[in-house]
Structures are given as C-alpha cells and as structure tokens.
Write a protein that binds this ligand. Structure first.
Ligand code: FAD
Length: 569
C-alpha cells in the first residue's frame, strides 16, 4: 500500500481518467503499468486493482456525477477500493453471477445481498485489509424484472477501516504468490445503497423505478459494459512482456559471464557458447521482442478513438493469453539457465515465477480467452463470406481449389532455400495460410454439426480444441506481422539487420513448432523441414552473439532489475 501511495503521489493513478479529473491518457497508464512489471508484481497488482480496475470501472461505467465524486480520491489513493466481480461459484462465467441488488421504491435504494455461499465475492484485491468502497458486479432487479449484471458502488469500510454493518469480509489467506496484495471474500447482507450508486453510463433507474438503457438486449448490454474494461487485459499482457524481458536480462547476462567446463583447466567456456544453453534462451528472446511489437500495435489500437472495439477486445484476449503463457515459460527457462543461483530468492526469478503464475488466470482465464478469440475469428470469417457478391464467392472458391492443389503437391510449395525460409514474406505467407485453413475448417466442423441438429453453442464446445488452435494460429500470425512491420520502420541499418535476424528466428521457431501440422497438410516436405531446422540453429548461434546487446536494449534500470547475478560489471 505504501509503495502504491508513492506511485499515486507521482500522479500515475490519474493517468487514464477523463479530464478534468485525470490526464485522459490511457496509453501512458498502460506504459506505466508495463514498467512496474519490471519491479514487484504485488505492487503491480495492487496498482492495477486500485487505479485500473476499481477507478477504471468508475470512469468507464459511471457518469459525470460519479467521476466528480470519486475519481480524484481514487487516483490519489485517498479512497482505496475494490473491483468485486468474481464469485466463488462464478469466475469465468460472469454473466451468471448471483449477487443481487433489488430496487426498493419506498426508500429509493438498492438492497444488495449475497443469496448463497457460492455467491460470495472471492479473490477480491484490496478487500481483506484496505478497501473502503467496492464496485460490485450484481444482478439488478427492478420490480419483477432481472436486468442482468450491472455495477454498483457499495461502501465496505468506514474511514477508520472498520467493516460496515451488513458486510462480512474474510482474508483469502496465503496465496501461491502476490502476497503483497490483500485478496479477500465479501458477503453482503441486505446492504442498502442509494439509487445513485448504480454506475449508470449504460443503464439507469429513475425515481419511479423505471429501468432504462440505450442497449435493450441484455446480453449485448452486458458485453458492452465488460468490453469497456479491456484496458486491464491489455495492461496485464504488456506487463507479462516486461516480466519476460526481466527474466531474460538476468539469464542472458549470466550466460555471458558464467563459465563451466572447457578444453583445459582455467579456460572454461561461457554458458552462452553451449548450443543447448543458447537454444533455451535465444528463441525466447526473439519471441519476447515479437510480443513487444505486437503489444505496441495493440496499445495503438486501444488509444485510437475511432478503432473497432470488437476487434480490439478479441485481439486483447488472444494476445493476453499467449503473452502471459510465454512469460511463465520464459521465467522457468531463465531460472534453470541460472542453475543454483537462479533458485536464490535474491536473484528474483522464483518470486517472478510465483507472482506471474496467476497472470494466466486473472483478467480472464487464458483458455477461456482463446475461445473468445476464436469466436471473433469465426464472426469475421462469416462476415467476409456474407459480404461477398457472386464474383467474390467464385474467386474465393477458385482460391480454395488452388490451395487444395497445393496440398496435393507439397514439393512445388516446399522450399529448400535457407534465405527464403528466413524471409518475412515467406514466413508470413505460411502463417496466413495455416490461419485461414484453421478458421475455415473450424467453421466447416461447426456447420456440419449444426446441420446434423446440434445446438450452435454445443457445436462450438465440441470443437473447442480446434478453436484454441485457430486462436493460436491467429495470434502467432499477428505477432510475426507486427514484428516484421516494426523492423521495416527502423532507420538505423545495423539495428534493422540485427532485429530482422531476430524476426527471422522467431518466424522459424513458430513454424518449426508446428512442422508436423504443415507436413500433415502437405505444405512442407521433409527436405524443407530440414532446411528450417538448420537455418533455425544457425540463427540461434548468430543472435546469441548479439544477445547481450539485445537484452541491454530493454534498458531496465539496474536498481529495478536488482538481481546480483545480472548486475552490470
Ligand atoms: C490472485 C488473484 C487475484 C484476483 N483478483 C480479482 C479481483 O480483484 N477482482 C475480481 O473480481 N476477481 C479477481 N480474481 C478472480 C479471477 O478473475 C478469477 O479467478 C478468474 O476469472 C477465473 O475464474 P475461476 O477462478 O472461477 O476459474 P474457473 O472459471 O472455474 O476456471 C477453472 C478452469 O476451468 C476452465 N474453464 C472454465 N470455463 C471453461 C469453458 N467454458 N471451457 C473450457 N474450460 C473452461 C478454465 O480454463 C480453468 O482452467 C483474482 C484471482 C486471483 C487468483
């Protein structure tokens, strides 16, 4: 809490709030969040809960009245609060939350209740000790109608920190990490709040008990509300990239100074000189750069007021999932690459591993997010098809026939040219082809099931694993394209050459990881697989020579990186 206060005193809490209360600069907020990701992840989470989730939901779901009353106090941390969405019984499936707020016309209040023990709010950051006000996600019942999940402000402690009547709070106790955050459970027993406590940007209730919303469809309204909170997902993904950068900076610097074995006593080799050591670190370094550029594009889309919101939500879901998985995988590789030193707490990797673990669960469970991403891909696919006129459809079918031909004759499409497999255009073409194939076959599988009488929702569940593969294919393609276009924007010749090598390595790692699929679909011959593997190996060697410069380019301040084994000499 004290560290969070220091950041609030610097004005960082107010960055994303609308004027005049804040600087209306959500891009800078994400940048600040990503930078804190190099430091302590409990601080990161506490910062994110207070200013991003709690304050952000007041800013995006509330109206001017709520902004005037709360944002300055939230952004300065004078008013610590919670974002109370998850319940023990409902985590990923937020639409079916059970907490209920019933409008009482006699007193012009909402009465908030936890109807069953499974409906208690759970894992809520800032709940166990510090929070005084909570944004509570609850069903809204007016008269006889349940209008679905809405957000409402409920005080939980007074100014002295005493828990208010009707509220019960329990500490979640020790967690697998992030123990600097006071996560807790909350129960509400007929807690009364004034009608104005409803965050009413998308729906309101007037003094006669009339419910009104510009979005009449409850599902659409709910997803619109939730969609405005996409910044949290983007921030966690961007912070995961920072964690991967920190872990790699530690491990790569160590690999450039630690010696083991060698041809003669006293002449031991550096770890970075060993191929199997490089193999663990260097492709992950390339992937980390790739995610860095992918998030740059995502953040640009987030701050673009004219952007496509649905698309942004889908891209954020996919990139958050794969970047957080990448971060965890990288921390473990870095930990092992530092041997016993990596296991010492002072070198930070074990805390990083424990704390970043939950990045794959909060702000949306990763596997659930892959399904969200896949659904968006299907929608785009359908729209593309529907918007085609007869010529478009004919052209499409011709293209499909040509692809089928390609599948039948792998040798013509396979290459054994190492410079070709390293080129951005060839790599992107492979990933586009795979993505198109995966999305189209996903659509076909669903269509077949629906035609056989399966309900659409059930049909989608039956093809979940295929959907996750299609989502991965999309994220990998988008990430490689972001990398390639970032390289294209670099003026400095030497830097461009170096990063292009890194891009080539990342593209080949991605294709190599799925060589079985490419071969299965007739896209690669055995000969081209061998070229890919050889080229990959030699790129790993070349990039390893530049790897110290590449991690130093992350420019993580020494006092933030702090691991003694990685201190600059
Ligand atoms: C440290 C921490 C801090 C948190 N902070 C907050 C907070 O401040 N505020 C807040 O509101 N929440 C918070 N959460 C809650 C968090 O957002 C949820 O834990 C998360 O949304 C997942 O929900 P769940 O735990 O119920 O898991 P579940 O949804 O039960 O998921 C469990 C498993 O089931 C799988 N699964 C679920 N649905 C499907 C499906 N349809 N198809 C296939 N597989 C599926 C998932 O992939 C996962 O592997 C926090 C959690 C933790 C651990």
């Amino acid at each position: 809490l004290r560290w969070t206060q220091t950041l609030a005193d610097e004005g960082l809490g107010l960055l994303s709030y609308p004027e005049p209360h804040g600087s209306a600069d959500p891009g800078s907020f994400v940048a600040a969040f990503a930078m804190i990701g190099h430091h302590d992840l409990s601080l990161l989470t506490k910062f994110g809960v207070q200013f991003g989730l709690f304050g952000g939901s007041i800013a995006r779901l509330g109206s001017a009245r709520h902004h005037d009353e709360y944002l300055a106090a939230v952004g300065s941390l004078a008013l610590p609060g919670c974002f109370a969405m998850t319940e023990t019984g409902h985590g990923s499936n937020v639409r079916d939350l059970e907490t209920v707020a019933v409008y009482d016309e006699a007193t012009d209040e909402f009465v908030v209740t936890t109807p069953t023990d499974l409906a208690r709010k759970d894992y809520i950051g800032n709940a166990a000790v510090h929070g005084r006000l909570a944004v509570v996600f609850t069903r809204l019942v007016v008269g006889d109608t349940d209008h679905g999940v809405h957000a409402i402000l409920v005080p939980i402690r007074d100014e002295d920190g005493t828990v208010l009547p009707g509220i019960t709070i329990e500490d979640n106790s020790e967690k697998g990490g992030l123990n600097g955050v006071d996560n807790g459970r909350i129960w509400f027993e007929e807690v009364r709040v004034p009608r104005g406590a409803l965050l009413d940007r998308f729906a309101s209730v007037d003094e006669h008990g009339e419910y009104d919303s510009d979005i009449p469809n409850p599902d659409r309204r709910f997803f619109t509300m939730i969609g405005t909170l996409v910044g949290g997902r983007i921030s966690v993904g961007a912070a995961a990239v920072s964690v991967a950068k920190s872990a790699l900076t530690i491990a790569v610097r160590y690999a450039h100074r630690r010696r083991q074995f060698g041809p003669a006593r006293g002449f031991e080799s550096l770890l970075i000189e060993y191929p199997i050591h490089r193999q663990e670190l260097i492709p992950r370094l390339a992937a980390t750069y790739a995610y860095h550029f992918a998030f740059e594009e995502l953040i640009d889309a987030y701050v673009d007021p004219g952007g496509d919101q649905r698309r942004l939500e889908a891209e954020a879901a996919g990139l958050k999932a794969y970047a957080t998985w990448h971060a965890l995988d990288t921390i473990q590789a870095a930990r092992e690459a530092c041997g016993g030193q990596g296991y010492l707490a002072v070198n930070r990797l074990t805390a990083m591993r424990a704390d970043a673990d939950v990045f794959t669960t909060y702000e949306g469970d990763n596997k659930v997010l892959t399904q969200l991403m896949a659904k968006a891909l299907l929608t785009e696919f359908r729209q593309q098809f529907e918007s085609m006129n007869a010529t478009g459809v004919a052209r499409y079918l011709f293209h499909r026939a040509a692809s089928a031909l390609t599948e039948a004759s792998p040798v013509t499409m396979s290459t054994t040219d190492s410079s070709q497999v390293s080129s951005a255009s060839w790599q992107i073409e492979q990933l586009r082809w795979r993505e198109a194939h995966l999305v189209e076959s996903l659509a076909q599988r669903i269509k077949r099931r629906i035609e056989a009488g399966t309900e659409p929702a059930e049909a989608f569940i039956e093809v979940q694993t295929h959907a996750a593969t299609a989502a991965a294919g999309h994220v990998e393609r988008v990430t490689l394209e972001a990398f390639a276009s970032a390289v294209g924007r670099i003026d400095d010749e030497a830097a461009r050459r170096s990063l292009d090598k890194l891009r080539a390595l990342h593209g080949l790692s991605t294709i190599q990881a799925d060589l079985g699929w490419f071969q299965e679909h007739g896209r690669m011959s055995g000969a081209s697989s061998r070229v890919i593997r050889k080229t990959h190996e030699s790129l790993v060697r070349e990039v390893a020579d530049e790897s110290l410069a590449l991690v130093n380019a992350f420019a993580i301040p020494e006092q933030v990186l702090a691991a003694p084994i990685a201190a600059s000499q």
